[in-house]
Design a protein around this ligand. Structure first.
Ligand SMILES: Cc1cc2nc3c(=O)[nH]c(=O)nc-3n(C[C@H](O)[C@H](O)[C@H](O)COP(=O)(O)OP(=O)(O)OC[C@H]3O[C@@H](n4cnc5c(N)ncnc54)[C@H](O)[C@@H]3O)c2cc1C
Length: 61
């Protein structure tokens, strides 16, 4: 999400969480995500952020 809009096909009323893909509850971190930094430290950091939002997602389903 680079333009402030939800990704195409996003099915929910809420905006995607940070690092959430266009499929609710699926998060991407590290080299696999769009526009990766391609550094080990970035991948680790993104993973630590993503897990926080995984917990938030699971607490709301
Ligand atoms: C030659 C080279 C040098 C680099 N040097 C540096 C450096 O000096 N410093 C630095 O910070 N970064 C460096 N990087 C970048 C760094 O290696 C990556 O950014 C980092 O490893 C990304 O981690 P990741 O966990 O996102 O992905 P990866 O480390 O690629 O891990 C993905 C894992 O998923 C597995 N996988 C893939 N498909 C499937 C599947 N279908 N099912 C199950 N498993 C699957 C793969 O086998 C792999 O083990 C370098 C990269 C390269 C290629």
């Amino acid at each position: 999400m680079h333009n402030g809009k939800s990704p195409q096909g996003w099915p929910l009323e809420r905006s995607p969480f940070l690092l959430e893909s266009n499929v609710p509850g699926i998060f991407a971190a590290g080299d696999v995500r769009f526009g990766p930094i391609k550094r080990v430290a970035s991948g680790v950091g993104e993973g630590s952020i993503a897990i926080q939002f995984v917990h938030r997602y699971l607490s709301n389903v």
